[in-house]
Ligand binder design. Structure first.
Ligand code: NAD
Ligand code: TYD
Length: 356
């Protein structure tokens, strides 16, 4: 029987991965290990929390003793590691928290897995440590060369404290393979969007603001490009890679779906307006250009042909359909949004936009 710890399972992408694994593999034991920071929310998993193959453990990935004991108790055979501090703007304000969780936390998980698996007679056989990372570790691409994308061979060149911490964690994971023979896999994915994303990230933040007719803070001129993937397509890729990916390999995950921020924002405004019965485009005047993010990467774009060619994954949704589904979900789940957009959230945004 497989017994898998999924870290960060109460967050945005993690909750989709937990749901997929719990429902698709009733004979696996799925342990969701999450600290429940501001970004973690067990409501995201209400529909599966009573399933017999699911267990939630509230713990910090930096807490080596707890993780080691849990691995022993549950005879853990695999780790899918998503827990992280994930928001670039927060990393600019507070880089230490990012180094602690993303670097030290990953190292503590690796070390617990190493000591536990090496203590078993079969050692690393049948085991897997799968680390989920981001395309942001590769740095930024130029607008003048749209033909250049990030491949698995692109040199790391992170710019933000967030991407620097993720890059560091990727290196540690690969080092544990190269040094100790741990069966690791790393994937680097482009920007995700979809249900359950914390509304500090572009798309849910803007849906929420349009709903309340609040200003939409567009950094710089809105010319930056991101490559967007529907979150369920990422979760499907994680499933395929966990089961069929080759040990020690890296796979880039992305949907060949580059958009300028300003164009996404206009699409989101029109979709929210239409679904709320407002004249389409009525809320364009909410667009407010604000001071650019420090060190704002110009363009991200992922070449995911290796994953498509070698493991047969491909994205399932057209972007227009994905945005429509996403906007509809947030509008149908306004209670979810309202529950997290109060208290500390309000304070965070007041501080964030002070002096802008
Ligand atoms: P998220 O911020 O929504 O969720 C992170 C989760 O990790 C939360 O549930 C939080 O409680 C938990 N967590 C944070 N610190 C922890 C700690 N010290 N111990 C245990 N749990 C902790 O993040 P997300 O957007 O779902 O991203 C998940 C992973 O995917 C991250 O590793 C991120 O770098 C990567 N990723 C994200 C994107 C994206 O567009 N969101 C794209 C590519 C890769
Ligand atoms: P974000 O969702 O924070 O993801 P990332 O920085 O990891 O790509 O931001 C996506 C893009 O949108 C990025 O170029 C920054 C921009 N952005 C804004 O213009 N305004 C905002 O309020 C936010 C949160 C992001």
């Amino acid at each position: 029987m497989k017994s898998i710890i999924i870290t960060g399972g109460a967050g945005f992408i993690g909750s989709h991965v937990v749901r997929l694994f719990v429902n698709k593999y009733p004979d696996y034991r799925i342990i969701n290990l999450d600290k429940l920071t501001y970004a973690g929310n067990l409501v995201n998993l209400k529909d599966i929390e009573d399933k017999p193959n699911y267990r939630f453990v509230r713990a910090d990935i930096c807490d080596f003793d707890t993780i080691y004991a849990l691995m022993q108790e549950e005879h853990v055979t695999g780790i899918i590691h998503l827990a992280a501090e994930s928001h670039v703007d927060r990393s600019i304000k507070d880089p230490f928290t990012f180094a602690r969780t993303n670097v030290m936390g990953t190292l503590s998980l690796l070390q617990a897995a190493k000591l536990y698996w090496e203590s078993l007679p079969e050692k690393y056989e049948g085991k897997r440590f799968y680390h989920i990372s981001t395309d942001e570790v590769y740095g930024a691409l130029e607008l003048e060369h749209p033909e250049i994308l990030f491949t698995e061979e692109t040199k790391y060149n992170p710019h933000s404290p967030y991407s620097a911490s993720k890059a560091s964690s990727d290196h540690f994971v690969r080092a544990f393979h190269d040094t100790y023979g741990m069966p690791t896999i790393v994937t680097n994915c482009s920007n995700n969007y979809g249900p359950y994303q914390f509304p500090e990230k572009l798309i849910p933040l803007f849906i929420n603001n349009i709903r309340h007719r609040k200003p939409l803070p567009v950094y710089g001129k809105g010319e930056n490009i991101r490559d967007w993937l529907f979150v369920e397509d990422h979760a499907r890729a994680i499933d395929i890679i966990y089961h069929k990916g080759v040990i020690a390999e890296t796979y880039n995950i992305g949907g060949f779906n580059e958009w300028k921020n300003i164009d996404i924002i206009k699409t989101v405004i029109k979709t929210v307006d239409r679904l709320l019965g407002r004249p389409e485009g009525a809320d364009m005047d909410l667009i407010t250009f604000v001071t650019d993010r420090a060190g704002h990467d110009l363009r991200y774009a992922i070449d995911s042909r290796k994953l498509q060619r070698e493991l047969g994954w491909e994205p399932s949704l057209q972007f227009e359909e994905g945005i429509e589904r996403t906007v509809r979900w947030y509008l149908d789940n306004q209670e979810w949004l309202d529950n997290i957009t109060s208290g500390d959230y309000e304070k965070y945004y007041e501080d964030m936009y002070k002096n802008r």
